[in-house]
Ligand binder design. Structure first.
Ligand code: FES
Length: 378
């Protein structure tokens, strides 16, 4: 048996900074990974504070920066933040629904030095897309933005959230991606956090649906003969025997800063019974190196059995802490996805229910006040 994970591993720099600059969003997707409790929505960090966060993260060694949300385009200072980040030497990614983008804006973002745009779609046709996002004309807008992404010489990177609602249309999704001349397409089965966890029983595809989707994807790839988009299929870990190495290990690689300045080791960590620090009060360096919450699940001293003595613990780090907490009520437990977990039976009881509760009655993401954004422009 090889156990190579140290009890107190050295603290490595956060290579990836996810800047959730706003939780405001014109869409209402029922699988949004934002927290259910949106009290932070209207208490956003000002521009200068974000600039300070970016400077500090870069000084610590971060190289990849994701501007995310909510919908980051709703921040009027996005171009300024992109330019600032680019000057610091970040590789900048915009993770967007495209709603609120215009040709004028994409030109400004290009001039500011934005490196990469990832555009999300809810489905391959207007009816399903607008229904899932609960927003009229959103498909039309996304099609327009997809063309602008190419026109402004960005690699076309699309993300489709795959659920029980659209998994049977996977070939249509792949055809649309090919027509749009996409370079990379993530066919990402929803991960069950935030609003997606609330709607899990309606969203989770059955094992048979996943097998069929995989078959369709593989036969499509065969027909591509090396041409067209590169499709990446991400299946839900609920049907797996081993958990995912969430965040590449807690507090090793990823740092998320939320709209109100909370610093988190993952986007969902606030659900855990831990207190998380805020960049308004402390430096990022102090938070990353010394905060109780960041150190809490580093290494393996926190691990329960069977993780502690498992020869795969340095591959998956005991799985996802948020998932363990949501599914068992105990954040210290082995992720129940693992077949060695004493709680693995929970996964079977959930997956057995897939396909039996219907795909309607979804709880749409809501915030107290709604945001008005022009969908179609110039
Ligand atoms: Fe929080 Fe996995 S999402 S640890």
């Amino acid at each position: 048996m090889t156990i190579s994970l140290n009890e107190t591993p050295p603290i490595t720099p956060p290579l990836w900074l996810l800047a959730e600059i706003t939780y405001q969003c014109p869409l209402h997707c029922p699988y949004c990974s934002n927290p259910i409790n949106m009290e932070e929505t209207f208490n956003e960090l000002p521009t200068e504070q974000w600039e300070s966060v970016l400077t500090q993260a870069r000084e610590m060694g971060a190289v990849q920066l994701g501007f995310s949300g909510g919908e980051p385009l709703l921040r009027k200072d996005l171009e300024r933040l992109v330019a600032y980040a680019r000057k610091l030497g970040f590789y900048t990614n915009l993770i967007t629904s495209g709603i609120g983008m215009t040709e004028k804006r994409i030109a400004k973002l290009k001039a500011a030095g934005l490196d990469h745009i990832q555009l999300s779609f809810q489905a391959a046709n207007a009816e399903a897309n607008d229904l899932i996002g609960n927003k009229r004309h959103s498909f039309e807008q996304k099609m327009k933005i997809a063309k602008l992404v190419k026109k402004y010489d960005y690699p076309m990177v699309l993300n489709f959230c795959i659920t029980a609602q659209n998994i049977h249309e996977i070939e249509e999704v792949m055809d649309l991606s090919t027509r749009l001349n996409a370079d990379f397409v993530e066919l990402a089965t929803v991960q069950y956090y935030g609003w997606a966890y609330e709607n899990r029983d309606h969203l989770l595809p059955t094992k048979d649906q996943l097998t069929q989707a995989e078959r369709v994807i593989n036969s499509y790839r065969d027909k591509q003969d090396g041409r067209g988009p590169k499709f990446i299929f991400v299946a839900p870990d609920y049907y797996e025997q081993r958990p995912k190495a969430c965040m590449n290990g807690w507090g090793t690689t990823f740092l998320t800063v939320t709209p109100d300045g909370s610093a988190l080791p993952c986007h969902s960590a606030k659900i855990l019974p831990l207190t998380f620090p805020n960049v308004k009060q402390r430096s990022l360096h102090d938070i990353w190196h010394h905060d109780f919450s960041f150190n809490h699940f580093r290494g393996d001293s926190w691990m329960p059995s069977p993780c502690k003595t498992c020869d795969e613990k340095d591959k998956d780090f005991g799985g996802c802490r948020c998932q363990a907490y949501m599914l068992t009520g105990d954040m210290y437990k082995t992720d129940p996805v693992c077949s060695k977990s004493p709680d693995h039976h929970i996964m079977k009881s959930i997956t057995d229910k897939a396909g039996t509760v219907g795909t309607g009655n979804l709880k749409y993401r809501q915030v107290e006040r709604q945001i008005k954004v022009d969908v179609i422009d110039d």
